[in-house]
Design a protein around this ligand. Sequence first.
Ligand SMILES: O=c1[nH]cnc2c1ncn2[C@@H]1O[C@H](CO)[C@@H](O)[C@H]1O
Ligand SMILES: [Zn+2]
Length: 331
Amino acid sequence: MNYFDLPKIDLHCHLDGSVRPQTIIELAHQQNLPLPSEDISEIKTLMVAPETCQNLDEYLMRFELPLSVMQTEEGLERISFEVFEDAAKENVKYLEVRFGPMLHLQNGLTFDQIIGSVVKGMKRAEEQYDIHGNYILSILRTMPKDRINEVIDAGAKYLNNGVVAFDLAGSEVSGFCHEFIPYAQYAIEKGYRVTIHAGEQGDGQNVHDAVSLLGAERVGHGIHIKGHPEAYELVKSESVALETCPSSNIQTKAVDNLSSHPIKSFHKDGVLITINTDNRTVSNTTMTDEVRKVVDEFDLTREDYFAIYKVSVEHSFAADAVKQHLMQYAE
Ligand SMILES: O=c1[nH]cnc2c1ncn2[C@@H]1O[C@H](CO)[C@@H](O)[C@H]1O
Ligand SMILES: [Zn+2]
């Protein structure tokens, strides 16, 4: 299979984890910000998480440098354009990018300016390339909750016009869902779709909670439903799609290595799985690489690949017309 040429869909990609190292250098110069180094390979080393991370928390430390240049409208617009451009150039036909608006307040931008800028960058790329996209607003589980509804309100203006869903991200502790029930409810009332990071560092019960308490239609990672029969059955019976991100899962120690990733056993058993990047820079990857790794490691056929592609289309938060367009690429 020619993995580069295959049509691909990425439903789980973080904006701040997918910034080009060269862009960090250029934006830091423009914004008069100090850089730890002027050398692109050193900047890249600082951004890519090693395979030897102890856990998710160590992986999450790699976002500080990119976030420092993502505090202006120009920076956000450019980085958004570039992630869609990079994806389009490797035949990603549809991309849902997520980011945490609360992480971009350091220079006094409003939530409307923050969300408006990334949507603008995405639309500029959609005009130029054969790619469609949407944004997912992530709330960081470790941050104060007092401004969550403000983020939801600000994003509502862009709903179905660039923004589609609500997510919870960041460090994962057991039982986190309980504290977020009113916020997920508020987002659903406003018209947001819901996907939640769960079962990555935390247990299968978190996945069960994300679906049953927060209304998650998709789950970020969800690996640890393995070993939790109730969560496993719920994910299957509710047709919840798992957004698996193989390279990231190895770095964060969610799995020991690729061969022990449950992606194939899930797929064979009818659990809906999708293949995604998580963070193009922090995980030093592309959709081409992620698809190659999975197909090679687990001996998937072209038919298997397109079955997964179709799951991604069906469970994307795209408009029906876009889904129909994406289905035309399927074999
Ligand atoms: O794999 C992940 N699991 C949980 N949180 C993550 C992951 N990758 C990135 N982020 C978090 O999401 C924020 C917004 O994009 C990032 O700043 C990072 O803290
Ligand atoms: Zn993620």
